[in-house]
Design a protein around this ligand. Structure first.
Ligand code: NAP
Length: 325
């Protein structure tokens, strides 16, 4: 048996129920993992309210954790009992003390990366890596716009963009968040609750616009994200925090300037094991080198996850949330 947060019904944070659940022996291709730190992501809120496609009810949410291998299935060759490992991705179910997990989807944790740092940096850092180095490779002098720049993933994107030599625009909801992201290398924080962000970008670039927008908000931002782009610019829509954007009008003036659109996801970019290992290694290397500072806004005991969900939903958080197990 192990303790886990189980969602039995869609709804508010109270739907995370701290239950005792059965833990079977690992399958031949699985390991049993004793989890030490679990990362929180917006995705779990989407799953909890039923807005994101997920497994059938009841299910345990969560997609990342760091821990130690406790037992291995008979076919497992890639890890051994006692290894420190992490994962970032499917199958869902990280809000628990211990679980079984496919050995092929685990990666090693370097000695200089603590469990807590890993939990705060895996999904967010790997997402920044595939978006800024692979979806649209940012280079010296690129102009980039990052939404929710003070959020856990946004902050990683801001730092990597700056490291790669970009001029960085970022949207935030308050002056406090604007000052915060400036400290992480955002050249032009835009308080979107006061200023239209597309107008601000176009003003600051003499009407040219940016090369790429990394948009995790969706419905509320999509149209102005397209407007912020220069001709041939790229829109990376990687989240839909405000809802799914309306269908594209392919004859709109904004789209007739040959703009590119991509819908990147960590799952697609890490589907092959080589890519998974590569993304994880690149992220940990950037964390170790100080290129990505993992900003932990708050830590909670895993059983207090409902409190953390409420904090993120209040939109007051800046940086990552980690659960200690
Ligand atoms: N495609 C992928 O593989 C992938 C991977 C990781 C994350 N993501 C996406 O990245 C986004 C950020 O995730 P995160 O875990 O790092 O969260 P987060 O950015 O720490 O928190 C979300 C932030 O988004 C902003 N926001 C704007 N409109 C919002 C709305 N309608 N509802 C809630 N928040 C809103 C808020 O910042 P302000 O107060 O500044 O507005 C809020 O603090 C999510 O959309 C997530 O799905 C996608």
């Amino acid at each position: 048996m192990t303790m886990a947060h189980v969602i039995h019904e869609f709804g508010g944070a109270e739907q995370l129920r701290w239950d005792e659940v059965t833990l079977a022996d690992p399958e031949p291709n699985e390991v049993r993992l004793r989890q030490h730190a679990v990362g929180m992501n917006m995705m779990e809120i989407g799953l909890r309210i039923g807005a994101y496609p997920g497994p059938p009810l009841p299910f345990v949410p969560g997609v990342e954790a760091a821990g130690v291998v406790e037992a291995v299935g008979s076919d497992v060759k890639t890890v051994a009992v006692g290894d420190r490992v992490g994962y970032a991705g499917l199958p869902i179910g990280s809000y628990c003390e211990a679980r079984n997990f496919p050995a092929e989807r685990l990666f090693p944790l370097p000695d200089d990366i603590s469990d807590k740092t890993a939990a705060a940096s895996m999904v967010k850092g790997m997402t920044a890596e595939f978006m800024l180095r692979r979806s649209y490779p940012v280079g010296l002098g690129s102009r980039v716009l990052i939404h929710a720049a003070a959020g856990a993933t946004g902050l990683m994107c801001v730092q990597l963009a700056r490291h790669l030599g970009a001029e960085v625009f970022g949207t935030v909801s308050s002056d406090e968040k604007a000052a915060f992201v400036r400290g992480f290398g955002c050249d032009h924080p835009i308080v979107y609750t006061r200023d239209n962000f597309a107008d601000a970008v176009l003003d600051a670039t003499d009407g040219d616009g940016v090369d790429v927008v990394y948009d995790s908000i969706g419905k509320d931002t999509f149209e102005d994200s397209v407007r912020s782009l220069q001709p041939l610019g790229t829109l990376c829509l990687f989240g839909v925090a405000s809802g799914v954007p309306a269908p594209l009008d392919l004859m709109s003036q904004d789209l007739l300037t040959a703009k590119f659109f991509t819908r990147p996801s960590l799952y697609a970019h890490s589907a092959k094991r080589d890519n998974l290992l590569d993304l994880a290694a690149q992220t940990f290397s950037d964390v170790s080198a100080g290129i990505l500072r993992t900003e932990i806004f708050a830590e909670y005991a895993l059983k207090d996850a409902p409190e953390a969900h409420r904090a993120v939903e209040s939109r007051k958080t800046q940086g990552a949330i980690v659960f200690n197990v």
